[in-house]
Design a protein around this ligand. Structure first.
Ligand code: PLP
Length: 494
């Protein structure tokens, strides 16, 4: 493309995106294609001739409408309430575009100093905005933040750092054990598989997924007992992943009580690492009223959340903080000759390649920088508060309708609910009615929710529940009301 063609096509593409955003309500929220349908619309072989200039690109814009749009689920739809949100916003998209256009690699400070220093500064801003302890900021001298791709990578990096730190402290190889709750995200298991701590998905000796309490939070006394059992059996506890805002129901593990257990059992003294995964809930920390979950965070080794979920920043963007950046370097730093440079040798700079799995990294901070500047702290707080308000409203409607019940207390902007069991109804039948309700709602195309299964508490059977996860930038009260009205109408037939 010539510069002029790029300019014209770029303007047109931005127009297309802006138009797409304004058309969002006209699409069925969930993709309605059969497997293979999208592939069937694409030629089997790559094109021999290129598109040429603007005219050839007409075909691309046609394909966006005819091939791409029918084949996507509209995550930016105001009626997308499934999984957790995956926010996009104008400032973030512009930041991503700029990062692609600059095309720099920021693996070392010296390969693009602005990419590193802006990331350090923006993550310090974000630490301040979310009320994190000062030990996580770069000016602590020992801690700091980095942008990882995903929460999964953050957990993996933390676990690998933990493995190295504990091995160094012990001075020998030993059987390592990690702990998390049954409600933690599956990425903890994947991190344990990747870091060689477990050999397979059912290796519950080396990753212990511990049962939770009535709120689906990790029970400190169960953790303590597990650690003591492992120590007695000659195994070495080395890593705990606590969750703030579990994927199923938004449960909050008690960080302070967990850290006290770790202190008491000698876990901390032997170099063990406490990581906190706040992938979704972390964004709510921009509001001081949601900071109770931070209690005890000073004792945590690393903390991560995803602005790409609920803080208006396009995927991917995980903000990862540690209070001991040296531990990352010990675990992840390798120095081939071709990367040696004076700045690194001086020890005065951060090379973010040593804080992550890949070597290369784009100019990652730009989109977050744009988001923070565009919305400001006030804008971000108002954004989160509006979603939480909408969720409170939705939860109040569920509670006021005798056909429904809340399955857990609302967590921030996540509401887990279901149709109540009819008197004498078997649990499987209640589950089936709820599944049918969800299927019918989603088939209508006007909204999209997903489900989870919550374990039974105190001997009760597990429950199939619906999840209403509010957090799309365009969601207004009217969209939340509309989905409730649909649910209430469908419940008449359920
Ligand atoms: N942790 C929690 C609590 C999550 O809810 C999720 C995803 O929803 C993840 C981790 C994984 O996130 P990512 O896709 O950034 O790896």
């Amino acid at each position: 493309l010539s510069s002029e063609e790029f300019r014209r096509l770029g303007h047109r593409m931005v127009d297309w995106i802006a138009d797409y955003w304004s058309r969002l309500e006209s699409f069925p929220v969930r993709a309605a294609v059969a497997p293979g349908e999208v592939m069937a619309k694409l030629p089997a072989h790559p094109p021999e001739d290129g598109l040429g200039g603007d005219e050839g690109w007409e075909a691309v814009f046609r394909d966006l409408e005819e091939v791409v749009l029918p084949g996507i689920t509209h995550w930016q739809s105001p009626s997308f309430f499934a999984y957790f949100p995956a926010n996009a916003s104008g400032p973030a998209v512009l930041g991503e575009l700029l990062s692609a256009g600059l095309g720099v690699q920021g693996m070392l400070w010296s390969t693009s100093p602005a990419a590193t220093e802006m990331e350090t500064r923006v993550l310090d801003w974000l630490a301040e905005l979310t009320g994190l302890p000062a030990s996580f900021r770069s000016d602590s001298g020992t801690g700091g933040g980095v942008i990882q791709g995903t929460a999964s990578e953050a957990t993996l990096v933390a676990m690998v750092a933990a493995r190295e730190r504990v091995r160094r402290a012990l001075g020998r190889e030993t059987e390592l054990v990690a702990y998390t709750s049954t409600q933690a995200h599956s990425s903890v298991l994947k991190a344990a598989m990747l870091s060689g701590v477990v050999r397979g998905v059912s290796d519950d000796v080396h990753l212990r997924q511990l049962g939770t309490d009535g709120t689906y939070a990790l029970r400190p006394e169960v953790l303590e007992q597990a650690i003591r059992e492992d120590l007695a059996a000659g195994r070495q506890p080395f890593f705990v992943c606590a969750s703030l805002g579990t994927t199923s129901s938004g449960a909050m593990d008690p960080v302070r009580a967990i850290s006290e257990v770790l202190e008491r059992t000698g876990f901390t003294a032997s170099g063990g690492w406490l990581h906190v995964d706040a992938a979704w809930a972390g964004s709510a920390l921009v509001c001081p009223e949601h900071r109770a979950m931070l209690e005890g965070l000073e004792a945590v080794d690393s903390f991560a959340f995803n602005p790409h979920k609920w803080l208006l920043t396009n995927f991917d963007c995980n903000a990862f903080y540690t209070r001991e950046r040296k531990a990352l370097l010990d675990a992840l730093s390798v120095m081939p000759e071709y990367l040696r440079n004076a700045a690194t040798a001086s020890g005065a700079v951060i090379d973010y390649r040593d804080w992550q799995v890949p070597l290369g990294r784009r100019f990652r901070a730009l989109k977050l920088w744009f988001v923070l500047r565009h919305y400001g702290a006030k804008g971000l707080r108002a954004y989160i508060r509006e979603h939480v308000r909408q969720a409170e409203l939705f939860a109040s409607w569920v509670e006021a309708d005798e056909r429904f019940e809340l399955s857990t207390p609302r967590s921030l902007a996540l509401v887990c609910f279901r149709l109540r069991p009819a008197p004498g109804e078997a649990p499987a039948a209640t589950d089936a009615r709820n599944r049918q309700l969800l299927d019918r709602l989603n088939a209508g195309g006007k909204a999209f929710l997903t489900h989870t299964v919550l374990p039974g508490v105190d001997g009760a059977p597990a429950r199939y529940v619906l999840r209403m996860a509010i957090g799309s930038p365009r969601t207004e009260e009217r969209h939340v009301r509309a989905v409730w009205e649909q649910l209430a109408a469908l419940a008449k037939e359920a």
